[in-house]
Write a protein that binds this ligand. Structure first.
Ligand code: ATP
Length: 198
């Protein structure tokens, strides 16, 4: 099985790329979804958040107040690093379980679609290749504002909380430029896909 790490700038198009890779036959492990799963009520991740940041991070129904946590951690680097330290090991565990399952299912290409793939210690080394999806900062910000309803400032803070595009590009084996149309993106994906051993 070929393990493909897919990362990129927030809002640059990872989910769009992984949706297309799924149509080509890849198994997709969605890092955002795993990150949400580990903070469901009853999960260790949520208990860790409450222990570190207090019960004010919970909604009345016991779910995580994600906007509130987001406001805190994107305004406070120390809090964000703490959150990552508490949750990343849980996320890594689940992703590794997903990879093992994919091997058992005789999947040929397993994609780890993870926004912080390069930032998460050890994960890139477990991939056979890493692709990064990038677009111009102005496109990235306008997609984030349009899709997530963030202000320009909030969107910029989220971009600043990731590695820079330059750093991702230096670490990745291939870059998917997503400044053009979806059709152009699909043809770039097809080109890279053909080069994978599958
Ligand atoms: P996040 O890091 O927040 O999970 P992402 O990198 O997965 O984001 P997507 O959700 O795939 O990004 O894309 C962000 C938005 O931009 C979506 O609304 C998507 O439909 C749109 N988009 C992606 N690529 C293109 C494109 N080439 N042309 C127009 N819109 C696009």
């Amino acid at each position: 099985m070929f393990v493909l790490g897919l990362t990129g700038g927030i809002g640059c198009g990872k989910s769009t790329v992984s949706a297309h890779l799924a149509t080509l036959g890849a198994r997709i492990l969605d890092g955002d979804r795993v990150a949400r799963d580990v903070v469901q009520p009853g999960e260790l991740g949520l208990a860790r958040i409450v222990a570190r940041f207090g019960t004010e991070m919970l909604l009345p129904d016991g779910q995580l107040d994600r906007p509130r946590l987001g406001q805190l951690v994107f305004a406070d680097d120390a809090a964000r690093l703490d959150l990552n330290r508490l949750l990343h090991p849980l996320i890594l565990d689940r992703l590794r379980t997903g990879v093992r399952q994919a091997r058992q299912d005789a999947v040929t290409v397993c994609v780890l679609d993870v926004p912080l793939l390069l930032e998460m210690a050890g994960l890139a080394a477990e991939c056979d290749a890493v692709w990064t999806v990038e677009c111009a900062p102005s496109t990235q910000l306008s997609r984030l504002v349009a899709r997530n309803g963030l202000t320009q400032e909030a969107a910029a803070a989220r971009v600043a909380a990731q590695w820079s595009a330059e750093r991702r590009i230096a670490a990745a084996m291939a870059v998917l430029d997503n400044n053009g149309t979806l059709a152009e993106l699909h043809s770039r994906i097809a080109h890279l896909w053909q080069q994978l051993p599958h």
